[in-house]
Write a protein that binds this ligand. Structure first.
Ligand code: GBH
Length: 441
């Protein structure tokens, strides 16, 4: 089964960047060679991760990184998006940990020798536990600790990095981590989510200041996730509820960066739920970026609810193995609407992919449903470009099966299959199709 694009598509230009993405905690293991992070603690708390697993070994990428870089190269991709484990490279006194830095320097040098662009994310959710012990993202000081980390690591990495993203999906850190409590650190309460969000966005802006200074030649920006909302009916109540949910989950994280202000719904939130904004914060957050990273997986459908503004209704079919609806039209509509609402820099699609219940049969994984997902979503990106959105690249999530957060190892997002007993990697049919699409340009 093949992945194709219309012959005249800009996505067939050699300038369009194709990549694969991972994140440190999800693949590395090597937990003894770094400080503990909030996800170690969360995994050790019974009932938080469905299969009771943790990130101690994961894909053992800490030890197998050389063969994994060969694997990435064998896919023929232009770029590899990885994240840096903050607790691996900075010690408790805030100084660089040379062994941790060397680990990444080796990976970055190896990528460079193979002509693969390094897209580095500085924070993909693995906050050092000692910082959580001081309040984590509810503590304003964490934003400044993040700036110092970004400063030190960008100086150490020099010109090895093609692109820096400050944060991956601050929505997930803030809402899932400090409001819904389904991600680390597992804090629950509406009074916490927006406070954490503000400190994350502040951290982003402060880090942008040091990145443009230390690494002026890299593409510096942020990665946001979007779950576009659709009303269950055409009733005004459902439409209004959906608009509220969209502001609460999506626009909350992009509007401050490109408009310098939070959505107007902030005034509707009880004061105790609102962030504490210091003078000058919004200007720091609105620091210009070279790109916007967009992660897209699915949409959400909302119904009006008297007490809670909105409720999300169950996702209709078709769904992936993680229960998320497959609805690629929302991807195009999202990209077009973001482009209308904001004055944006070029966009990279920094994550897109599907969880499929894969089976390894005679040394092969015939994941046709995942290929279908990629085909329809690549088409959706193509359609957005046709409608005038500037999109410069696309990253498949993920390079390989890995630790899927609260779902443990039960959900597989890779285009490469990982046998967790042997750590053998097998390129799936989707990986071969992605490779062919790239090489046939
Ligand atoms: C990304 O998060 C992460 O960056 C990555 O680490 C992770 O492995 C990957 O996605 C796959 O999960 O309840 O139907 O409304 C994406 C997180 C996914 C959060 C979609 C919101 C809404 C699903 N987002 N989700 S639904």
């Amino acid at each position: 089964v093949k992945l194709t694009l219309p012959a005249q598509s800009e996505m067939l230009s050699k300038d369009f960047i194709y990549g694969v993405a991972t994140a440190s905690f999800q693949i590395e293991g090597g937990a003894n060679n770094r400080l503990p992070c909030i996800w170690d603690t969360f995994c050790d708390t019974p009932g938080k991760v469905v299969d009771g697993s943790n990130g101690d070994i994961a894909c053992d990428h800490y030890n197998l990184w050389q063969q994994d870089v060969e694997l990435i190269a064998s896919l023929g991709v232009d770029a590899y998006r990885l994240s840096i484990s903050w607790p691996r490279v900075i010690n408790e006194s805030g100084e660089l940990n040379p062994a941790g830095v060397d680990y990444y320097l080796n990976i970055l040098d190896s990528l460079k020798s193979k002509n693969i662009k390094a897209f580095v994310t500085l924070y993909h959710w693995d906050l050092p536990q000692y910082l959580e012990d001081e309040g984590g993202w509810l503590n304003r000081a964490t934003a400044y600790k993040f700036r110092d980390y970004a400063d030190k690591i960008s100086l150490a990495f020099g010109d090895r990095v093609y692109s820096y993203a400050t944060l991956n999906e601050p929505f997930c850190s803030a809402f899932l981590g400090y409001e819904a409590g389904v991600h680390a650190p597992g804090i629950v309460g509406k009074e916490f989510g927006k406070k954490a969000a503000h400190h994350l966005l502040l951290a982003h802006g402060l880090a942008m200041q040091v990145l443009v200074k230390n690494s002026p030649n890299s593409q510096n920006g942020i990665v946001l996730n979007f779950t576009p909302g659709y009303p269950e009916s055409t009733s005004l109540a459902d439409i209004k509820a959906t608009a509220f949910a969209d502001d609460y989950f999506n626009q909350w994280y992009i509007k401050p960066i490109f408009d310098g202000e939070y959505p107007e719904i902030m005034a509707q939130l009880p004061t105790a739920h609102q962030p504490e904004i210091h003078e000058g914060d919004m200007a720091i957050i609105a620091h210009p970026t070279d790109f916007l990273g967009v992660n897209f997986y699915t949409r959400a459908i909302y119904r009006a609810d008297e007490d809670e503004h909105f409720i999300q209704i169950d996702a209709p079919e078709p769904r992936t193995d993680i229960g998320w609806e497959i609805y690629p039209k929302a991807f195009t509509e999202l990209l077009v609407s973001l482009n209308e609402k904001y004055t944006l820099p070029p966009i990279y699609i920094t994550e897109n992919g599907a969880a499929i219940a894969d089976k390894l049969v005679d040394g092969a994984v015939n994941d046709v449903d995942r290929i279908d997902y990629y085909q329809s979503h690549l088409n959706a990106v193509h359609d957005a470009i046709e409608q005038g959105v500037q999109i410069d690249g696309y990253f498949a999530w993920s390079l390989m099966d890995n630790f899927e957060w609260a779902e443990g190892y039960l959900k597989r997002f890779g285009i490469v299959y990982v046998d967790y007993d042997t750590q053998v990697r097998t390129i799936k049919a989707s990986g071969l199709a992605y490779k062919a699409l790239i090489s046939n340009r």
